[in-house]
Design a protein around this ligand. Structure first.
Ligand SMILES: CC(C)(COP(=O)(O)OP(=O)(O)OC[C@H]1O[C@@H](n2cnc3c(N)ncnc32)[C@H](O)[C@@H]1OP(=O)(O)O)[C@@H](O)C(=O)NCCC(=O)NCCS
Length: 164
């Protein structure tokens, strides 16, 4: 477990009572609740989350405050030296404190540890906070899809080249 710190070159959060660690199955209910708060109808249903966890949970990361999971990033390292960040969110009350930046840095470290060379993520074009964060981390635009999650649900596909 990491008390208010993160490994490698990832920056430090602005709050000090946060703990960053690998997710466990016991975190899944909390992750599901944050999913619904952050993504509403686009949240993964619990059974999909459970399946994703079975496939990739060993690489998921969470941040805890006072024993409660307040944020997560779902890392999926795949074949072809690729990885995807398939979910990333914090509770509304925990945003803007630097946790997202730390989680993203830790997630990219996990992808490197899994020998990924390229990391992909989709993001709503109007999501300024997330877009700025990804740009800072080295993600660039790889494609745009007007109906990625169905009609009128545009997403940008971003990629981060870990070999640079
Ligand atoms: C996107 C998200 C995960 C970022 O996590 P966070 O902890 O709030 O972000 P941080 O506090 O680490 O801020 C990172 C950067 O985002 C930017 N940022 C933060 N809050 C912002 C705001 N309200 N408006 C614009 N930019 C903002 C800043 O550039 C900040 O950099 P700084 O550290 O130099 O100030 C979080 O806001 C969230 O859960 N949003 C809702 C779900 C979501 O959109 N997930 C991403 C889907 S692709």
């Amino acid at each position: 477990m990491t008390q208010a710190t993160a490994p490698g070159s990832t920056p430090q959060p602005r709050m000090t009572n946060a703990e960053f660690r690998t997710a466990t199955l016991a975190d899944l209910v909390g992750i599901a609740a944050i999913e619904i708060e952050a993504f509403g109808e686009h949240a993964y249903p619990y059974h999909v989350l459970r399946t994703l966890f079975d496939l990739h949970g060993m690489d998921w990361l969470v941040v805890e405050e006072d024993g409660d999971v307040v944020g997560y990033v779902q890392v999926a390292v795949t074949l072809g030296q690729r990885a995807w960040l398939v979910g990333f969110a914090l509770t509304a009350g925990s945003r803007g404190r630097g946790y997202g930046r730390v989680l993203l840095g830790m997630a990219l470290d996990r992808c490197r540890d899994g020998s990924a060379r390229r990391v992909f993520i989709t993001v709503r074009p109007t999501n300024d906070t997330a877009n700025r964060l990804y740009e800072d981390a080295g993600f660039v635009l790889a494609g745009h899809y007007d109906d990625y999650y169905g009609e009128n649900e545009p997403r940008n596909l971003l990629v981060c080249d870990l070999t640079r």
